[in-house]
Design a protein around this ligand. Structure first.
Ligand SMILES: [Zn+2]
Length: 437
């Protein structure tokens, strides 16, 4: 058998249905796809590859999927901290965005985010922000996958003045990336408190027509629930159900405020839940009942949220936080196993956006979207079970190699498609400008 690339890691964690952990296996890539996952002795005898890479004491895992972020907000990292959500948004983030956000801001912020994410093993991110065409282009240039959000809010911004203009710009974006190998689109109505029934209706019709997901912040805080009860006489989830948005295409982010019957509704309607534990902790928004959702059969994936509320885009850290918090919230150390936490950051993320035929696990036929973690550091030795080390002990600085569709985007810790010096210089310039204002 011929291959373009043959990897010999010490362990492969494919994140398959059987939760396998393979020792002394090799993985072959041809035409950007995984062609074989077989014992190393067999691979060395039978596979002729253009390039072979020995990865001693490395674990090969699927590329991580950051299922909710606002990538350009890296430029607002650390601008305002230690505040509740609505004060933080109304008094700090939204005024700063009103003042500064334009295509150049989005380009610089996305490039900084792409550099941070790739270096920490993230190969795909689901984004919600203004000028998403700029984000999509920057992601594609970096060689990453992205789901670009067609944002909708009911108030004017520098990006658009009214819901119809947001939607029109979103549709242009969708058309432009219709057949792109790496970029997908999703509608991104911001939240129940910033989008009217009329706009939700338009989103629903268009999402059905185009068969794309609808990505929204939902049940993030107790205040959101109270405001909805006051303004609409119902909880946000019930409102979205009444508007016909609750179904497999709904990607609901946060979900910290859930009653038992709502968990059953989410499971019955097969909606997707995105858990952002560090953002929820930092804003003290509440706790997503992850173990109960998973037990009810809900697909739960993992996101960092934006860098202004986390404050990093580190999925390795997020996996560990999700595993620990999930146990704490469930009151059980056996809730949310290490392998489950890793699945939330990979396979479940792909499933949430309907790209699980393409990515999310290391299985023959899927795109070669892979991360090699070097476990030789003192804090990940010795290795009894590589999944334990990856989830509970490893850090993002142990990401040594990243591939997307077989393309080597991080080689020995260094990016091949991005120029860190230029990106960091640009970020510093933006920071100085914003700080001076
Ligand atoms: Zn968010």
């Amino acid at each position: 058998m011929q291959a373009d690339l043959l990897l010999h890691p010490q362990w492969i964690v494919p994140v398959d249905a059987a939760e396998s952990v393979l020792a002394d296996y090799s993985l072959a890539v041809a035409g950007g796809r995984i062609r074989a996952v077989i014992p190393s002795a067999e691979a060395r005898a039978d596979i002729q590859a253009e390039q072979e890479l020995e990865l001693p004491c490395h674990a090969l895992i699927p590329g991580l999927i950051n299922a909710h972020t606002h990538s350009p907000m890296t430029l607002l990292r650390g601008l305002a901290d230690d505040l509740p959500l609505m004060t933080w948004l109304n008094e700090h983030i939204w005024p700063a965005e009103q003042r500064w956000v334009d295509p150049e801001f989005v380009r610089a912020g996305t490039r900084l985010a792409a550099l941070e994410m790739l270096k920490s093993g993230t190969i795909c991110f689901n984004d919600m922000y203004f000028y998403a065409e700029v984000t999509a282009k920057a992601a594609a240039e970096a060689g990453m996958r992205a789901i670009a959000g067609m944002i909708v809010v009911d108030f004017p911004t520098g990006f658009a003045t009214a819901p119809e203009e947001y939607l029109r710009k979103g549709l242009e974006l969708h058309d432009r990336y219709r057949d792109h190998a790496l970029i997908r689109t999703a509608f991104a109505p911001h939240a129940p408190y910033s989008v009217s029934d009329g706009s939700f209706g338009r989103v629903r019709t268009l999402a059905d027509e185009l068969d794309v997901p609808v990505h929204i912040h939902l049940h993030e805080t107790r205040d959101e629930i109270l405001q909805s009860l006051r303004d609409h006489g119902e909880r946000p989830l019930a409102r979205l159900e009444r508007l016909g948005l609750l179904g497999p295409g709904l990607v609901a982010v946060h979900m910290t405020q859930l009653e038992e019957a709502e968990i059953e509704t989410v499971a019955r309607m097969d909606a997707q839940v995105i858990h952002c534990p560090e953002s929820n902790l930092k804003l003290a928004s509440g706790f997503c009942p992850v173990a109960r959702l998973l037990d009810a059969g809900v697909n739960v994936a993992l996101g960092t949220d934006g860098a202004a509320s986390n404050n990093d885009l580190d999925m390795m850290g997020e996996i560990q936080t999700a595993a620990l918090l999930g146990k704490g919230v469930a009151g059980s150390p056996s809730a949310l196993h290490a392998h489950t936490a890793l699945r939330m950051a990979t396979r479940n993320g792909a499933r949430a956006f309907g790209i699980d035929e393409e990515t999310g696990s290391l299985e023959v036929g899927k795109s070669a979207d892979m991360v090699a973690l070097d476990l030789r550091d003192p804090h990940t030795q010795p290795v009894y079970n590589p999944v334990s080390q990856i989830v509970y002990a490893a850090g993002r600085d142990q990401v040594r190699h990243v591939w997307v569709a077989g393309r080597h985007l991080i080689r020995d810790g260094e990016p091949t498609t991005l120029d860190p010096t230029a990106i960091l210089e640009e970020a510093r310039e933006w920071g100085a400008r914003i700080a001076e204002d």
